[in-house]
Design a protein around this ligand. Structure first.
Ligand code: CMP
Length: 138
């Protein structure tokens, strides 16, 4: 049993894909144990993507992540990190496996609809970045 952070990014929210993404999460049998819709400010987005601060795409990524609403979710289940990564597909929609969210709905390596934690350590950091204990339904 573990937890992972999922984000529906501004391109997914503005394209009306919230329901489609949540449907796939629930059909996979992952439980949403905390959820919030919000708009990130620059400081929040920079802190969240701190590990990417020296990458050439960092400034563009931050501008994109604060350009509209996002849905933040904590998913729980056996192997939640890997199962959510499988549903998302590879970072670059062009390389993502057919049938995945990013392959079907992503428009570029940046505008790839969803985010997921990539390891147990990053899941702990990312979940605690946005949620506190009383936010969880279980
Ligand atoms: P995500 O899984 O949220 O992790 C970092 C994000 O940076 C990634 O999804 C993309 O939105 C973006 N990203 C990663 N690599 C690139 C790249 N080479 N060019 C532009 N954006 C990228």
């Amino acid at each position: 049993m573990n937890r992972t952070l999922a984000i529906i990014k501004p391109d997914g929210v503005s394209a009306g894909l919230i329901g489609e993404v949540i449907k796939r999460i629930e059909q996979e049998g992952l439980r949403i144990v905390a959820m919030r819709m919000t708009k990130l400010d620059r400081r929040q987005a920079e802190g969240f993507y701190y590990v990417h601060r020296s990458k050439p795409f960092f400034n563009s990524l931050i501008d994109y992540m604060i350009s509209g609403g996002v849905v933040l979710m904590v998913l729980q289940g056996h192997d939640a990190i890997d199962r959510w990564r499988k549903l998302m597909g590879a970072t670059d929609p062009k390389k993502a496996e057919a049938g995945t969210i990013r392959a079907e709905m992503g428009t570029s390596i940046e505008r790839n609809v969803v985010h997921g934690s990539d390891s147990p350590d990053s899941a702990v950091y990312e979940i605690n970045y946005f949620f506190k204990g009383t936010d969880f339904i279980e």
